[in-house]
Design a protein around this ligand. Structure first.
Ligand SMILES: [Zn+2]
Length: 88
């Protein structure tokens, strides 16, 4: 369930017109969790998955050299062209 921006301290509520949605596939079980980052935070931050599976909001400058989210992890970006149509 998407409610608010994933960045701690941000108070923006979900808005289907902008931002970025990430999906995290939890294993075992295969349940998928959704996270939303607001347009303001998205300009400066990205979502990354640590080795222990926890999610971390990091400055975009720290994501240099890797494609956020980590393509080898279970965290993925959910293309806006799909979810915006669903949320509209
Ligand atoms: Zn935010």
């Amino acid at each position: 369930m998407i409610l608010d921006c994933v960045r701690p301290g941000c108070i923006n509520h979900f808005d289907s017109r902008g931002g970025e949605i990430y999906t995290l596939e939890k294993r075992p079980g295969g349940t998928t969790e959704f996270y939303w980052m607001c347009p303001e935070c998205r300009r400066e931050y990205g979502l990354s998955q640590l080795d222990n599976g926890e999610l971390e909001v990091v400055p975009k400058s720290d994501l240099t050299g890797q494609i956020p989210p980590n393509p080898k992890a279970d965290l993925r970006m959910f293309p806006g062209r799909f979810w915006r149509r669903l949320a509209a």
